[in-house]
Structures are given as C-alpha cells and as structure tokens.
Write a protein that binds this ligand. Sequence first.
Ligand SMILES: [Fe+2]
Length: 276
Amino acid sequence: MKVELLSGACGAEITGIDLRDISNDNIKIIKDLLFEHKVIFFRNQGITHQEQIDLSKCFGPIEKHAYVKGLPAYPEILRIVKEPFEKNNWGENWHSDVSYNPEPTLAVILKSVEIPPIGGDTMFANMELAWETLDEKIKNKVRDKKALHSSLGVAFFIDNYKGMEARDTNLGEYSNEHPIVRTHPETGKKILYVNWTYTKSIIGMDKKESDDLLTKIFKHQERLELTCRFKWTKNAVAIWDNRSVIHYAIADYFPNRGLEHRRIMDRIAVRGEKPF
Ligand SMILES: [Fe+2]
C-alpha cells in the first residue's frame, strides 16, 4: 500500500488497496486512513454499482437524499449530472453534505463516471484544523453555541441541473440546530461544524453579531492552508468523513475549458449520528 498526501492539511491518495475487498481487516485499514486524512482517494476503481453499495454499507446504513432521486435500479446511488451545456456543478461552494438534517451524513463514497478533460476538481478543507487554528476570541464566543442549518428547499438542488430529478417536490425548506463545535465520535477530536451554504445563524445571538461572527468563521475555514484539491480521472473513488471536512465542487466551466462536456458522479451517503 502507498499513501501520498495531497497537502499538509488533509487528503491522501491511496494505491494498493482493492475497494472490492470488504473484509473486516481491509475496512479497518480504510477507516483508519479516513480518520487520519479526513478524505482519501483511489484511482482506477472499476467497481460496479453493487460493489459501491456494498463498500458504503461497511461504514453504516445508507442515507437517501431528502430532495433528489437515486438511480431507478439502485436508489441508494444519487447520480450527479452536469450536462455539457450547463455551467453549474452540484455542490459548488463550501458545504458539509446535508448539515441541515437532524443526523447529517457520516461519510460519502463518490465515484467518477464521466469527467471533463479539464475543470470540475473538488476541494476539501480540514475542519479539525480549522477549529485548532481559529482565533481564541472567536473560539470563546462560539464554543458552547449552536447554529441553525437550513436545507434551502428542493429548487436549490434541482433547478440548475437538468440531469437531476426531484424525489419529493412537496418537501419544503426545513432546518436543524447543531453545536458549532462538534466532537468526532471515533477520535474525540473537536470539529468546527458550520458551513457557508447551509449555516444561517448562531442561536441566541442578535442578527448582527451572528452575521459578523459567521462571516469571520467562514473566511477562516475556507483558507487555502486548510485545503486539498483533487483532480478527477474516470473511475476514481473519493471517501470523505463528512463530519471532519467541508468540500467544494469547482464549476470552472468557462468557454472552451471543459464547458461542452458532461460530468457524472455516483454518490452514496452513509447516515450519520446527531452531532454532539
Ligand atoms: Fe457535497
């Protein structure tokens, strides 16, 4: 096995591991790598839909997306499609997946199916490091506070993406409160758990103070020093610990730079626990 770090902050590309091997020993190795690096990448993984599902189940029960339909034959798999004429990527801008749910996603197993010749990389930022390096004065203000996370509603997930279909068009916007600093249940590490996309306010603060603090925290957590960037190739698999990182799918589809190409990713989410 070879482990190549993508940056000093997080992310490692792993070679010499077969993702079809879901023996306890192999899953233990994969989980240890995941907890150490927060996001791990494997290239040239010709795994089938069923093999991707079987691998995902080793991390916990599979979670369905509240708003978006899965593949007809494999409802566990949500296919993320950017059509050649589209300029947007699903998941552009910094976020942690479904942080608005009562029990947000634990991990995501994402496989590239079709990728543009250039553009469409994904960035990740290490939120354990973000908490460690956050200004002490800000830490003291938010240490025991909760924040409100909003789901933004079905249109947010569907309107800009012709290749994606709503599962439930009647489900409106909803929100949940989570601790701003959560604890990783496996490692005990403290994690900064807010994100620009879904976190709307700090509970128990007036709007101005909440807006000012969140603006500062977002700016800090998005610092490039906390990130890694992955350039996709076909049949690559990323596994990220959705509690410990935020991520950003870059929609850099400018004229003649990957714009007239399709980008397809198969995403499986593993259900998480209530943040504490
Ligand atoms: Fe995402």
